[in-house]
Ligand binder design. Structure first.
Ligand code: SF4
Length: 104
């Protein structure tokens, strides 16, 4: 079985992009917005993998990420693919735009 890093350096590229994402996240967390108690508390509560989506939402770089971040928080950041896809809250203003409707 081939090792992951035998495929064109994909593993190295993914480590590089993860390092860049971590650097951006650390920079955000030390910014004034990152120090706001409600922001810092959320960042501490959510799984690390969801933090970059939340930061993109807060910095206004993506409406889609804002919806995803809100839905992630709504389901308590757990089992998010299933729980958001199967969300029963038809009355929620984000229902039609929630992520993962077509799968992960
Ligand atoms: S669409 Fe569902 S998961 Fe998303 S915010 Fe609304 S109620 Fe929550």
């Amino acid at each position: 079985m081939p090792r992951k890093d035998d495929h064109g350096g994909l593993l190295a590229a993914s480590k590089t992009s993860a390092a860049v994402a971590n650097k951006k996240l650390r920079k955000f967390m030390s910014s004034s917005l990152g120090q706001v108690p409600g922001v810092a508390r959320r960042l501490a509560q959510m799984p690390k993998i969801l933090r970059s989506t939340y930061v993109r939402a807060l910095t206004g770089r993506s409406k889609g990420d804002s919806i995803t971040a809100f839905c992630n928080e709504c389901v308590g950041w757990e089992e998010r693919f299933k729980r958001i896809r199967e969300c029963p809250s038809i009355g929620c203003p984000l229902f039609k735009w929630r992520p993962y409707q077509g799968g992960e």
